[in-house]
Design a binder for this molecule. Sequence first.
Ligand code: FE
Ligand code: FE
Length: 203
Amino acid sequence: MAVSDKWIYEYGEKMDRTEMREKLEKKLTRKRYEHSLGVEYTAGCMAMVHGADIEKALTAGLLHDCAKCISGEEKIEKCIRHNLPINRVERKNPELLHAKLGAYYAKEKYGVQDREILSAIEFHTTGKPDMNLLEKIIFIADYIEPNRKPLHEIEEIRHEAFTDLDKCIVHILKNTLSYLEHSDADTDQTSIDTYNYYVKNND
Ligand code: FE
Ligand code: FE
């Protein structure tokens, strides 16, 4: 048994989603909390359409940004303390760390034991090649939830979210990467790998 599994087994308390919401609301800004609720119900709807586990989608959607509202410095500190690896791009842009730190918190502070939920949270920002259904849903729901300010081609992307997940992923990453190209932000290699994987698979 992994150390983390043992920890959950001994100390982890299972919470229902209402309790999770109460706790989460205290940890996030109002705007981030509204966004989290948006991802929660969007992911739930996508799960209905695509035949994924609805409960898992709701929980992963709700908690995906649970580590978002702390400073970059603190994100680095906490990752080091909990032995979560930090790569070069993440060190430069610690915001990215909220995904893996979020998975850690979901497990440690919200009692989530399900590996699919934790993994969907971990990869919600960059995606990754060969995602499973739940990972795809959370990655997309984060981008399309209704509280998001209107992004380029969002109507088409929202439609694809309910009709063709892989096409939707390519569309999102294409727009994100071209946006990053025109800003001075560094692009995470995983996003590029994910894009290349799904472009190839979409042919
Ligand atoms: Fe996020
Ligand atoms: Fe988010």
